[in-house]
Design a protein around this ligand. Structure first.
Ligand code: SF4
Length: 237
């Protein structure tokens, strides 16, 4: 049985080192840290520690993590590393909200890589991913019209994608699908990295999306959110 998620109702006890000016400057606001099965992207199925940062400047219509928009608690990066290590997992996913909205996220990503973890980053695609440590596997959204946030896509990010990164489209309906299909073809996205198509849970029938992909012969990877099949809409999963 998986351990219960750590909800951040109380700030971890600080040490003398935490109170030094240098470390005090390296804090991040977190909604939760939890250990679960990665439900998405290339690392789907791996036991993974999720570090969910608080806050997001976007408001996607179908967002399933609105509870991370506000609240949370400040953690030092040292305390985050300690909590991550406690689970003994090899895979770490830094997510949100929009984790890159907190600039010190870049430090956390580097420190996790330095510690030898397989690190992935889930980001909205609205913030520059250029400064992200190249060892991190970036999972970058391209927002379709149905998200209500298509205007936030930062197209410059395409130039920062490495072959181990992934581009993710979350699709609410046929119009979203056609936009995503045309975008994949127009920018030859599948030649840059893996492209993921995922249906909005409860909005687009997974089978419809799978059949559209096959009918068009698109070189994209269909995915379902494994954690929702396992645990439904529970947060911290
Ligand atoms: S970018 Fe992610 S966290 Fe932010 S509103 Fe959209 S789905 Fe929610």
């Amino acid at each position: 049985m998986l351990p219960a998620p750590i909800r951040l109702d109380a700030e971890p006890r600080s040490t003398d080192a935490d109170r030094s000016p240098r470390v005090r400057g390296e804090r991040l606001r977190l909604t939760e840290i939890f250990f679960s099965v990665q439900g998405e992207a290339d690392a789907a199925g791996w036991p993974t520690v999720f570090v969910r940062l608080t806050g997001c400047p976007l408001r996607c219509t179908w967002c399933d993590t609105a509870y991370a928009f506000h609240g949370g608690r400040w953690w030092t990066i040292e305390a985050i590393l300690d909590e991550v290590a406690r689970h003994g997992a090899r895979h770490i996913c830094v997510t949100g909200g929009e984790p890159l909205a907190q600039k010190r996220c870049l430090i956390l990503l580097r420190r996790l890589c330095d510690a030898g973890y397989e690190v992935s980053l889930e980001t909205s695609g609205a913030i520059d991913v250029g400064p992200v440590d190249p060892r991190v596997r970036k999972v970058v959204d391209l927002k379709a019209p149905g998200s209500g946030e298509i205007g936030r896509n930062r197209w410059d990010n395409l130039a920062h994608l490495a072959p181990h990164d992934q581009l993710k489209f979350v699709l609410a309906d046929r119009a979203d699908y056609e936009w995503a299909r045309d975008t994949v073809r127009q920018h030859a996205l599948a030649t840059r990295c893996m492209v993921l198509f995922s249906p909005v849970h409860g909005s687009l029938a997974p089978r419809d999306l799978a059949e559209w992909i096959l009918a068009d012969g698109l070189p994209v990877r269909f995915q379902l959110q494994l954690h929702k099949l396992l645990w439904g809409e529970e947060s911290g999963r």
